[in-house]
Write a protein that binds this ligand. Structure first.
Ligand code: GDP
Length: 356
């Protein structure tokens, strides 16, 4: 499964946020595997459509799509030198498909800051510098090797040129993703700063609604997305029932829990979307990549569905809700039979027909 690695300096609130992410009881019941690895949190992707479908079909259970987060041990200055924690850190982060960087903005004299002061911009710089140095080390070895391979006609010149271009961006102190670098030619190098980034600012309650402050932080990380949350508040919210949670959030002036925003942003950043299946047993969201065809989507349920794919009966969520039932949707011509070239749309409600 695709995972998002959580990184950040020590004491910025990573563990607090990660624990809040993994506190969801509903999920623990539906996905017993969610706790197999202590540093992996499987988080449900909130989707109000599921409840509506479950109502139409009388489903007993609802299974949302999930996003997996990996808690990666704290990064510190010097991590790229690969000593102790550094090596393990780099290995873990290399395996992540996207990176969620947690940055401290909250001020609390009782919580020690590694550099002695709270400064989001210098924290961002510290972490980015470590990641940039790690990538430069990778390229220092790769570029001469690729050069030789090009001479020996074992590698395309374009690959070597991409590596040199990446090196230049990094030497100028920029991450690859911030410059929109196309990493497709040198993906095997596993460059860290080429991964998609999401920034989470762990803020004071007062900053949750401070638009000027948030705009300033967003500018620091553009073109990446920034999310603003209070990790302590999020961990309280995660333990409340829906109504109580809503009330607590309203009392600080926000409507959507920060962790839900994070799950949505993470899902988008990874280039994913969902389609839906429903019946008396369960209503379920299935995760696919944007642009996948109907047979590829069927393969997520079972490889046999992909192999034996005949066609898919598809009703868009909105049409189904408007019609109120599958029978009515069929009668009104809203149920489409799609073949193997059909490209799935987000929120398609699907029933696959296949040979076994
Ligand atoms: P980590 O080292 O990044 O994993 O940080 P922790 O999650 O362990 O948090 C470090 C300390 O900061 C703990 O004492 C937390 O209770 C505290 N902390 C975390 N988030 C917040 C926050 O939003 N506000 C305040 N005031 N303290 C926080």
């Amino acid at each position: 499964a695709l995972t998002i690695g959580i990184v950040g300096l020590p004491n910025v609130g990573k563990s607090t946020m990660f624990n809040a992410l993994t506190k969801n009881n509903v999920l623990a019941a539906n996905y017993p595997f969610a706790t197999i690895e202590p540093n992996v949190g499987v988080v449900p992707l909130p989707d109000p459509r599921l409840k509506v479908l479950a109502g139409i079909f009388g489903s007993q259970a609802i299974l949302p799509a999930t996003v997996s987060f990996v808690d990666i041990a704290g990064i510190v200055k010097g991590a790229s030198e690969g000593e102790g924690l550094g090596n393990k850190f780099l290995a873990n982060i290399r395996e992540a498909d996207a990176i969620c960087q947690v940055v401290r903005a909250f001020v609390d004299d009782d919580v020690h800051h590694v550099d002695g002061k709270v400064s989001p911009s210098s924290d961002l710089e510290t972490i980015n510098t470590e990641l940039i140095l790690a990538d430069l080390q990778t390229l220092e070895k790769a570029v001469p090797r690729l050069e030789k391979e090009v001479k020996g006609k074992k590698t395309d010149r374009a690959v070597y040129e991409a590596a040199v271009a990446a090196q230049k961006i990094l030497e100028e102190g920029n991450t690859l993703s911030s410059q929109g670098f196309d990493v497709s030619d040198i993906r095997e190098l596993g460059l860290l700063t080429a991964k998609p980034f999401i920034y989470v600012f762990n803020v004071d309650e007062s900053q949750l609604t401070d638009e000027a402050f948030q705009a300033e932080m967003q500018k620091l990380v553009a073109p990446a997305d920034a999310i603003f949350l209070n990790a302590q508040l999020e961990s309280e919210v995660a333990e409340l029932d829906e109504d109580e949670a809503k009330e607590l959030l309203e009392s600080v002036g926000i409507t959507e829990p920060g962790l839900e925003q994070l799950a949505h942003k993470g899902f988008n950043t990874l280039g994913l979307q969902t389609y839906l299946t429903a019946g008396p047993k369960e209503t379920r969201a299935w995760t696919i990549h944007k642009g996948w065809t109907a047979p590829q989507a069927a393969g997520v349920i079972h490889t046999d569905f992909q192999k034996g794919f005949i066609k898919a009966e598809i009703i868009s969520f909105d049409d189904l809700v408007e019609c109120g039932s599958v029978a009515e949707a069929r009668a009104k011509g809203k149920a489409r039979m799609e073949g193997k070239d059909y490209v799935m749309a987000d929120g398609d409600v699907v029933e696959f027909r296949f040979n076994v």
